[in-house]
Write a protein that binds this ligand. Structure first.
Ligand code: ZN
Length: 79
């Protein structure tokens, strides 16, 4: 994943990816927040993941947040 690449995943690969990045435990512990509305994410509510200025950010499944995420850049999003 390059610095400015945006990707969004919402399928079983998602957990694998989070696990690879060492973030799955953090998610399960309530340590990840939606970058838009700051809600604490769970495995049920996380819907997108992207890289912004070198840091990894997350988006919840609220339509407004997904919309804001998609408006950010040329986001790739699939469900
Ligand atoms: Zn949100």
């Amino acid at each position: 994943m390059t610095k400015n690449e945006i990707s969004a995943i919402y399928d079983p690969d998602f957990e694998t990816l989070l696990n690879q990045w060492g973030l799955l435990a953090k998610l399960q512990q309530g340590g990840l927040k939606c970058s838009i509305c700051k809600t604490i994410l769970t495995q049920e509510t996380i819907s997108a993941i992207y890289s912004d200025s070198g840091s990894i950010k997350f988006v919840c499944d609220e339509p407004d947040c997904i919309k804001a995420f998609l408006a950010k850049k040329e986001a790739k999003y699939r469900v």
